[in-house]
Write a protein that binds this ligand. Sequence first.
Ligand SMILES: Nc1ncnc2c1ncn2[C@@H]1O[C@H](COP(=O)(O)OP(=O)(O)OP(=O)(O)O)[C@@H](O)[C@H]1O
Length: 489
Amino acid sequence: MLHDKHKQWIEARGIPADLAEKLGLETTRDGAGFWLSVPYVERGQVVNHKYRQTSEKKHRMDQGAPLCLWNHDVLLLPEVQEGKQPVVITEGEWDALAAMTAWNRYVLSVPNGTAAPKEDAITNPESAGYQYLWRSRDLLDMVGAFIIAADGDEAGRRLAADLVRWIGPERCRIVSYPGGCKDLNEVLIAHGPAGVRQAINDARPYPVKGLYTIDDFPAPPEIEPFNHGVPRLCEMLPVTPGTLTVGTGYAGQGKTSLLVKILANLLKDGVTIALGSFETQVNPILIRKLRAAMANTAEFGCPPDLAAKADQVMRDHLRILAQQAEDDDADMTLEDMLDLARTAILRDGAKVVVIDPWNELDHKRKSDESETDYTSRAIRMMKRFARRYDVALWIIAHPAKPQMVGAKLPIPGLYSISGSAHWANKPDYGFVVHRPKKNLPKDHPERNCIDVLVTKVRMGLPGEEARVTLNYDWRTSTYHEWVDEFADA
Ligand SMILES: Nc1ncnc2c1ncn2[C@@H]1O[C@H](COP(=O)(O)OP(=O)(O)OP(=O)(O)O)[C@@H](O)[C@H]1O
């Protein structure tokens, strides 16, 4: 039963109180006062509730209960499963109720807005990702078309972009709101049911391919790169969603070690990563290195409490793309890798995908395809993947055998990667890792220095084509910018 005060509050939003009651909304009471309770029903079972006090905007949900779509069971209706009935997705239950009031019952709401990574991965292991979509993926797959009605603000645009990425642009239309309104409930209040119907009916298809006018493109959310925190390099080479980054360098020059530090910093910030590391043994080497890099200790000697904390972050936020001995004999192809990465993205909210190295994948060329053509096709596939799923895709590729200049190992570039010049032309970012002083005596201060050259940053993206020398301190698994005081002497 709804308390009269709650009924009035709901009706002031233009929503009939009996519709709310039919959907199970009720007034509950505890020591803190009266709560308007919204049940989350999945396959006929109440699995969670959202409670709010109408005097305040904040809400709470049942502790430990799963998140699912609100009005989930609309996905069980035959006309929806047969793909005949488009479904509206809103950013809150009140907008969903507004759509139900004015349009029809084929409406879902996400439970909690954008699933942005939280700051502290340790206390918020569930932070990233859209698990509530993954839970219902089979049902969502059956829906013919979605009309996305996220809020008309920056967070709403981000949610809409995430939903489009999740669902696939070909099935999505996007609602925009008449001036001054930022969601369907505001439209219902300001323009009545006819206004809501018009906003839904006027939803524009998400552009998929071809030629468009400028009005066909909803304003994209701002590019928000992840800051990996390695000094200076984080400004030159941020980890940018929706882009392909290619790194190279000769064997043993420190590519994987640098990557480990970058990934460890991202993991600590709660960014979920899908990592295909084919040359480094996962257990113990990779895990030990990541642990030390997260705890800022030496690789051997991470105290147990810090190790346990780091392990928990890895459990929550690291997905390892690998073949175990018992997996079938066939090596992993790029398509296999991207398929697994897709699952890590959609199910676990991965934002970064890493392949280290490219050369270890099983490269299946078509019968009439040259290595250059294959490389071009593969890079295109990876770029499309990064854009489609809005992930930062990083790939490490070995250069061809070096042409020694006397006893000196020349610095390679993206053009040196075996395969083709496409490695230099096509990626969004390119970088090279080189350790020229590796052979100096053990106690020489420059022995652990690496040069990192960011050789390519595509126009319009954050970052800078520049060079930095980083000194590696193995006692703390950290890199510091190295400034050579005698350089001009
Ligand atoms: N800056 C550094 N200072 C000292 N040792 C380093 C440094 N970077 C890496 N190493 C060490 O050098 C070895 C090779 O490093 P790493 O695996 O990172 O290189 P890589 O370029 O990825 O090599 P490969 O291409 O063969 O995988 C490791 O034992 C690592 O601990």
